[in-house]
Ligand binder design. Structure first.
Ligand SMILES: [Ca+2]
Ligand SMILES: [Ca+2]
Length: 75
């Protein structure tokens, strides 16, 4: 019985960790509010962490983040 409880607690922990991780994972599509497939500086302002990394992430310095550039974004 103790093992069953332990197994359930572990499962619960894994599920909550997954939910938390997906919540903090900012989605490209959510930030790309005008749906042009790029994140502009204005759109990046929705997320403080992204704004701080914007210039580092923008490898071709066009002041837009492509999905590929955004994929390197770490919270
Ligand atoms: Ca956009
Ligand atoms: Ca760019």
């Amino acid at each position: 019985m103790k093992q069953l409880i332990a197994a359930f607690s572990l499962m619960f922990l894994i599920i909550s960790a997954t939910v938390l991780a997906s919540q903090s994972n900012v989605k490209f599509a959510q930030l790309d509010t005008n749906k042009d497939g790029q994140i502009s500086l204005l759109e990046a302002k929705q997320n403080d962490a992204l704004l701080k990394q914007f210039t580092d992430l923008d490898e071709n310095n066009d002041e837009l983040l492509s999905e590929q550039e955004f994929s390197k974004f770490k919270i």
